[in-house]
Design a protein around this ligand. Structure first.
Ligand code: NAP
Ligand code: ZN
Ligand code: ZN
Length: 350
């Protein structure tokens, strides 16, 4: 049994997103059915809609920053009831038994997490379809609670941009007294700024967009550096404890490795299409680390949402109608984002 559900999908890597009717399963006993109110637009949606990572199976219904209202619950569901607000991020399932799943690192499941869209549905077969749609049906164990004091539309981006920056900043123990760099002021970067600032670090934002400098300071940067200005970059040589690279496209990573102190770490969360070239000596001469980080586990995502509730942190958003999604993608490619597009899903009914 299933329910016909309106969505917006990429039919191929080159065609614009367009309406598509998909099927959602009738909730099983473990499931929560959510009417989607808002869905954030992540650059990963664009990478996959255009098959830039080479893993897309079309049609792709993107969207993994989902906030909505519960419309139905299965008989075994205990944490949600009809009418509650609920959220879904980048994954909807994992094996639940491997060592990583058991310690709350479901995103690194040895048997692969089931991603919210553009993935094989490990339990029900077929493909997963994301949040650019009227409703979604998800196991309650992969469904999040959102703090009631926060504006729901501005919470949506926390489900990916939020957790993807919160998790590495926590893992590498960013704290007061440290100097931290955030590279790229887009959806991830602006949340990275907010969290690094909230954790007490001195935060420097690196950007290619001179027009974003004032906003960066409002969002939590103590200093803004134009990455194309070699002299300004040089002033920060060998001074950073930690740098979080949130850039979606090809760029010179060595320029940032050289800004790390001895034993400093540069962590990549951006996922550009092409491999990055890394010079050996930048790492050797300073015992520096180059690392990566993928989203965050379910418990940590809930921890991040609760932290945001306590500290009144949300995303800075520009609300769009679903019909504007192709224009929003074009603007993302021009770094013209302030600082996350969120789709008002009521527009799907228009
Ligand atoms: P976004 O909103 O489009 O922001 C990307 C920012 O990168 C731009 O605003 C721009 O900032 C900078 N940038 C773009 N092109 C650049 C270039 N050629 N050289 C230097 N800087 C450039 O993207 P997002 O949604 O934050 O996602 C960022 C990346 O993270 C994407 O690749 C996405 O797929 C990836 N991602 C990874 C994870 C994970 O689990 N690790 C999760 C979500 C997303 P300035 O204007 O400030 O220069
Ligand atoms: Zn994302
Ligand atoms: Zn697992």
């Amino acid at each position: 049994m299933s329910t016909a559900t309106k969505s917006y999908a990429a039919p191929s890597a080159t065609a614009p997103l367009a309406p598509l009717t998909i099927e959602r399963r009738t909730p099983t006993e473990a499931d929560v059915e959510i009417e989607i109110l808002y869905c954030g637009v992540c650059h990963s949606d664009l990478h996959q809609a255009r098959n830039e990572w080479g893993n897309s199976v079309f049609p792709v219904v993107p969207g993994h920053e989902i906030v909505g209202r519960v419309t139905s619950v299965g008989s075994g569901v205990t944490r949600f009831k009809v009418g509650d607000m609920a959220a879904v991020g980048c994954m909807v399932d994992s094996c639940r038994t491997c060592p990583n799943c058991k310690q709350g690192l479901e995103q690194y499941c040895d048997n692969n997490m089931t991603q919210t869209y553009n993935d094989d549905d490990r339990k029900y077969g077929g493909r997963t379809y994301g949040g650019y749609s009227e409703r979604i049906v998800v196991d309650e164990n992969y469904t999040l609670k959102i703090p009631s004091n926060l504006e729901a539309a501005a919470v949506a981006p926390l489900l990916c941009a939020g957790i993807t920056t919160y998790s590495p900043l926590r893992h590498w123990k960013v704290t007061k007294g440290q100097k931290v760099g955030i590279v790229g002021l887009g959806g991830l970067g602006h949340m990275g700024l907010k969290f690094a600032h909230a954790f007490g670090a001195k935060v420097v934002l690196f950007t290619t967009s001179p027009g974003k400098a004032e906003d960066a300071k409002r969002l939590g940067a103590d200093e803004v550096v134009l990455s194309k200005d070699a002299e300004a970059m040089q002033k920060h040589a060998r001074s950073f404890d930690f740098i979080l690279d949130c850039v979606s496209a090809d760029h010179d990573i060595n320029a940032y490795i050289n800004l790390l102190k001895v034993d400093g770490t540069l962590t990549l969360v951006g996922a550009p299409e092409k491999p990055l070239a890394i010079g050996a000596f930048g790492l050797l001469m300073g015992r520096r680390s180059f690392a990566g980080s993928g989203i965050g586990g379910i418990a940590e995502t809930q921890e991040m949402l609760d932290f945001c509730g306590e500290h009144n942190i949300v995303s800075d958003i520009e609300m769009i109608d679903i019909h504007q999604i192709n224009d929003a993608y074009d603007r993302l490619l021009k770094s013209d984002v302030k600082y996350r597009f969120v789709i008002d899903m009521a527009s799907l009914k228009k």
